[in-house]
Design a protein around this ligand. Sequence first.
Ligand code: SF4
Length: 407
Amino acid sequence: MTKELNVKNLYRLPWNLADNSISWLEPTSKCNLYCDGCYRENRVNSHKTLDEIAHELDVFEKYRRTDGVSIAGGEPLLHPDICEIVRMVRQKGWKPVINTNAITLTEELLKKLVEAGVDGFTFHIDSGQQRPNWKGKNEIELNELRLQIANMLHKIGKGKLSCSFNLTVYPENIHYIPQLTQFAQEHFDKIHVMVFILYRMGIINGLHDTFVGNKQVYWDELSYTKEIDDRRVNINSFEAVEEMRKLYPDFMPCAFLNGTEDAGSMKWLLTGRLGNKYQIFGYVGQKFMEIVQTTKHLTTGSYLAYSKTKWLKRGRLYFLLAPFDKGIRTIMKNYFKSLFTNPKAFFSRIRFQSIMIIQPADVYDNGRINMCDGCPDISVWNDKLVWSCRMEEQMRWGDNVNLVPRK
Ligand code: SF4
């Protein structure tokens, strides 16, 4: 089966501005950590009122279908009303998923969030964080912390909470991608999603002038720009997959979001695998994901973001889609082979796990900025739907900047 990543072999996710799977809510931009490459300025007095948050949810409801809402920031757990915010999202009929660094997540708070109706968590943990008690630890050493948190979630949430880990991929930690994916395989029962976000930084290299409308502005004020950065700021998804295939040679994504400037760029690259800690039987194909997304939309009116964990542990059920999907047929072949080659894997539960690679904004010399077409992380600013990764521009100038190449 070909492993080329292109529009023929992958399903283009149907997510768009008005009909998506996720939306992005920021109750605060205050944070208790500094992450290298963070695109939100840390503002101490920035907690939104519940009325402001209710209004933002109304704007989402008016303009955008969604399945889940990522409650992010800053650090959302610092907001004193985080439980009420979760309740408000749940009352809208959406899945509240908290994007957090987990520094202040205790069992007690977790119990309250479960009561409020939280659906899952995306934990941001990586070596670029200056995290107290974990400074200088590499990605493998940080697995101890990731497992502590996954165990707490599993215990308090009784296996019903979706558990994702995301990390920023820098040139200096990209080589850990395969091992981190292996770590997720070893804890297949507790970790449902791994998200690798490629490092981006706007380098002020003198090539462009920046304007908002016809007014010149200076984007060196922004948290995601720098005079210089001797590291690469343009690692792409193809490289991340290449890295992954060093340990998982058959690794094959099933779906993607392209770029707004470059249709061949893989801005969101989604992979689904079936297996257990003993063996990965294979990767679901594009038809599988098309059936999942369209069936979810037909039956509930929105595309799928986060699956209920009960469906993720019924891997053999997915075999029913074998007539439609090449990936599932390969998985079944490997599964039945394992009866003889790896009986432990054959008789163990089969689970589904997702791996997402995200390639944020690419700045081109011609001044064009390649955003994610069908951006799932859309947020609200002044009653408008905006890219959350470029919210600082909205906050400063009320609109996104345009880069104009200097003569
Ligand atoms: S456009 Fe920006 S906010 Fe949207 S998904 Fe891409 S990186 Fe995230």
